[in-house]
Design a protein around this ligand. Sequence first.
Ligand SMILES: [Zn+2]
Length: 282
Amino acid sequence: MGAITIGCHLSTSAGFEAMGRTALEIGANTFAFFTRNPRGGSAKALDPRDVEALLTLMAEHGFGKLVAHAPYTMNLCSATERTVEFAREAMAGDLERMEALPGNYYNFHPGSHVRQGAGRGIELICEGLNQVLVPGQRTRVLLETMAGKGTEVGRSFEELARIIDGTRENQLLGVCLDTCHVSDAGYDVAGDLDGVLDEFDRVIGLDRLCALHLNDSKNPRGSHKDRHERIGEGTLGLDAFRAVVTNPRTRDLPMILETPNDLAGYRREIALLRGLAADVEE
Ligand SMILES: [Zn+2]
């Protein structure tokens, strides 16, 4: 059994190779990054030499799959036509650029239906994905499990399953499970990980579970809040994460920390989680 694949969200400001080097410095063997400014706007052109340097570094150091993150402002199911149009263009552009890093993941928040109702929201998300996903693309697109704050779509496994069912090229879709979000959404991920995974398997299918966001939560289960806390310092607690990094159904997935930390804090959390995973190996 190999070591877990774990990292955190990193800044793209110094380029791709720099993210790989930062990951190594903090003990990570994967990472997440925004494909463009999280507040929206245009994307920087990729420097092919910089991308090549990252791919070489990843191969040399046995990195797992990266989990790129779409901007938060991208809303495929907005009530405003221009916002939907921008979201589709942004996603299409991001996926085109992700082809320079083939075989990795692109994670996005399904969207907020802004009082149009979850049904209409899901319809719009499927329309967007049907327009944007290209057969043969080498990036799998991950729907993130959401806390159900406001009018967020993706607050239940059922909603994610409906998006997958309504998308033509759905072999290109997977799910990124965020531990804070699913707890805030009401699932007992801290007390009964196996029960939650059984439910996921029944509704979506575990073959779709591709990546994890590891975050503790500032709020109790079912609060629909989405406030991340450091690992072990929130309502989920350390035992919840011990379960995630050792469970045979989750321990081999890429795990991304989005906890309130600086790089030194991430380095400590990565070491902590590697330690918890290693305790039961052998
Ligand atoms: Zn996210």
